[in-house]
Write a protein that binds this ligand. Structure first.
Ligand code: GDP
Length: 425
C-alpha cells in the first residue's frame, strides 16, 4: 500500500507531524522531490527536530528511509542532519539513497545566491539552497547522478571539467565572481562518494519488490500545491513538483499504486517568499497570528524568516486539494485560532468585479481580492481534546464549513504540535 502525504497550501502546513505519525506504521518512507530548502518540524519522544532532507521515518529503526531519484541531494546537509539526530540519542537511521538521485553541488548554492543578488529587488525570495540552479542543470543534462560519484576519478574529472567550462564563463562574465577549480571540486566529490557509498541502492528494483511484498510505503511531500512549478503561483514556486502524482516519477512507483493521498491543510494561511497571497493580512492582526501560530510562532524552519500570514483560503485550498488528487484531508494547527472572537475565511476571489471560486493563473491572481465570510470563534483552548464530538460547537462548525467549501473529507484534525494532539473523525 502506498500513501502520499502532501501539502495543499504554500508549505508549512504541519506535514512533519502527520508524516511522523504515519511513519510509525510504515516500512519505507520516501522523499521524492525537493531538497533541503524547506523543513519539517517533528516533536517526538527524543525531542524537537527540524528535518530538511532526512525522511521522517528516521526516528524509527524499523523504517527504511529512502532518498528518491527526484530529490536534490545535498550530501553534507544530509549527513549533518543525521549527525544532529544521532548526537541527541536517536539510533542511526536506516538510510537508502537512490543511485539515480542527483547531487546538489556547492556551486548550485553559489549560483542561487549570485542570481538573487543580480536580481536585487526583483528577486524570488529564494532560500538560497541551490534548488533552482540544481533543477536547471538536471534538465539541461549537466547534473551528476549519484552513481556518477562512484566512478573512477579520471572519468569524474572529465565531466567536472566539461561542466565547469560553462559555469566559469557565467561566473566571470555575468556575476563577476571567483572561478571554480576542477581539482577542488573533484576532492569535494570524492568526500561525497565516501559518505554515500554504503547507502546507495537500485531504488527501482527495491520499490517494486517492496510493493510486491505488500510493504507500507509512505511518500513524504515537501512544500505544497501552490509552490508546484506547474500548478502553483508560477514563477514564485519551487523548482520541482510538489504534487503526489510526482511520487510516481520521483520515487519510481507505478502511478496506480498510490492509493491514499492525505493532503495537509492548515486552519489559517502562511507563506514564505514572494508571490500572490490573496487572503494575506498585515499589521497587528498578522503579528498576533504569527506569534501564536505553529509551535512557537510562524518563522521558517530552514531560514528563520517571519512567514507572511493570512486567513484560511477556501479557493486556494480547494484547488490545492484538487491538484493533489486528495483522498482525505488532515486539518492542522486549529488550536491556534482559539483566541479569536471571530474568524474570517476567504470563500471566493473578486477579480475585475467578478466573483469566482476557481483558482486563477498568476496574472488574475495578482488582481484578486478576497471575499471574506466571518465565522464565530470558539474562544477556548482545544488542546488535549481527543474526540471530535468534544470540540466546541463553533470549532466543529468551522471545520465543517471548510470541508464543504473545499469539497474533500477532513478525516484528521490536529489540535497541537505533539504526536498525541490528534483527532480522528
Ligand atoms: P511542514 O513543512 O508542513 O512539515 O510544516 P512544519 O512542521 O515545519 O510547520 C508546522 C509547525 O506547526 C511546526 O512548528 C509544528 O510543530 C507545528 N504544528 C503542527 N501541527 C500543529 C498543531 O496542530 N497545532 C500547533 N499549535 N502546532 C502544530
Amino acid at each position: 500500500m502506498v500513501k502520499a502525504i502532501v501539502g495543499a497550501n504554500w508549505g508549512d502546513e504541519g506535514k512533519g507531524k502527520i508524516t511522523d505519525m504515519l511513519a510509525a506504521e510504515a516500512d519505507i518512507v520516501i522523499r521524492f522531490q525537493g531538497g533541503a530548502n524547506a523543513g519539517h518540524t517533528i516533536i517526538n519522544n527524543y525531542g524537537k527536530f527540524a528535518l530538511h532532507l532526512l525522511p521522517s521515518g528516521s526516528f524509527n529503526s524499523n523504517v527504511v528511509n529512502m532518498i528518491g531519484n527526484g530529490v536534490a541531494l545535498n550530501i553534507p546537509e544530509l549527513f549533518a542532519e543525521i549527525k544532529g539526530i544521532v548526537d541527541r540519542g536517536v539510533p542511526m537511521p536506516n538510510l537508502a539513497i537512490s543511485e539515480r538521485a542527483q547531487v546538489l553541488m556547492p556551486y548550485h548554492i553559489l549560483f542561487d545566491q549570485y542570481e538573487e543578488e543580480r536580481l536585487s529587488d526583483r528577486k524570488f525570495g529564494s532560500t538560497k539552497s541551490g534548488i533552482a540552479p540544481f533543477f536547471s542543470d538536471k534538465y539541461s543534462k549537466i547534473g551528476f547522478q549519484v552513481w556518477e560519484l562512484l566512478q573512477d576519478d579520471d572519468v569524474l574529472m572529465e565531466k567536472i571539467k566539461n561542466v565547469l567550462e560553462v559555469k566559469n564563463i557565467i561566473l566571470e562574465h555575468v556575476y563577476h565572481k571567483p572561478l571554480l577549480s576542477a581539482e577542488e571540486l573533484l576532492e569535494t566529490l570524492k568526500g561525497y562518494r565516501e559518505m554515500v557509498k554504503p547507502y546507495v541502492i537500485n531504488s527501482v528494483e527495491f520499490i517494486h519488490k517492496a510493493i510486491k511484498e505488500g510493504k507500507n510505503i509512505l511518500l513524504e511531500g515537501q512544500l505544497g500545491s501552490l509552490k508546484d512549478p506547474d500548478f502553483g503561483i508560477y514563477p514564485f514556486t519551487t523548482s520541482s513538483p510538489t504534487i503526489a502524482g510526482f511520487g510516481a516519477v520521483g520515487a519510481g512507483i507505478p502511478p496506480y499504486e498510490i492509493k491514499d493521498i492525505i493532503t495537509v491543510c492548515k486552519a489559517y494561511s502562511s507563506a514564505v517568499g514572494a508571490g500572490a497571497f490573496v487572503s494575506e493580512i498585515f499589521g497587528d492582526e498578522a503579528d498576533e497570528l504569527r506569534k501564536r501560530g505553529g509551535d512557537g510562532g510562524e518563522f521558517g524552519a530552514t531560514t528563520g524568516r517571519p512567514r507572511r500570514m493570512g486567513w484560511f483560503d477556501c479557493v486556494a485550498s480547494r484547488y490545492g486539494c484538487m491538484v493533489q488528487g486528495t483522498t482525505q484531508v488532515a486539518f492542522t494547527v486549529l488550536d491556534v485560532l482559539g483566541y479569536l472572537d471571530e474568524i474570517p475565511v476567504c470563500v471566493a476571489y473578486e477579480i475585475d468585479g467578478q466573483q469566482t471560486k476557481e483558482f486563477p493563473t498568476t496574472d488574475k491572481l495578482n488582481r484578486a481580492k478576497p471575499v471574506l465570510k466571518t465565522l464565530p470563534g470558539w474562544k477556548e483552548d482545544i488542546r488535549g481534546i481527543k474526540n471530535y464530538s468534544d470540540l466546541p460547537e463553533n470549532c466543529r462548525k468551522y471545520i465543517e464549513f471548510v470541508e464543504k467549501e473545499i469539497g474533500y473529507p477532513i478525516t484528521i484534525v490536529s489540535n497541537g504540535p505533539g504526536r498525541e494532539d490528534i483527532i480522528y473523525r
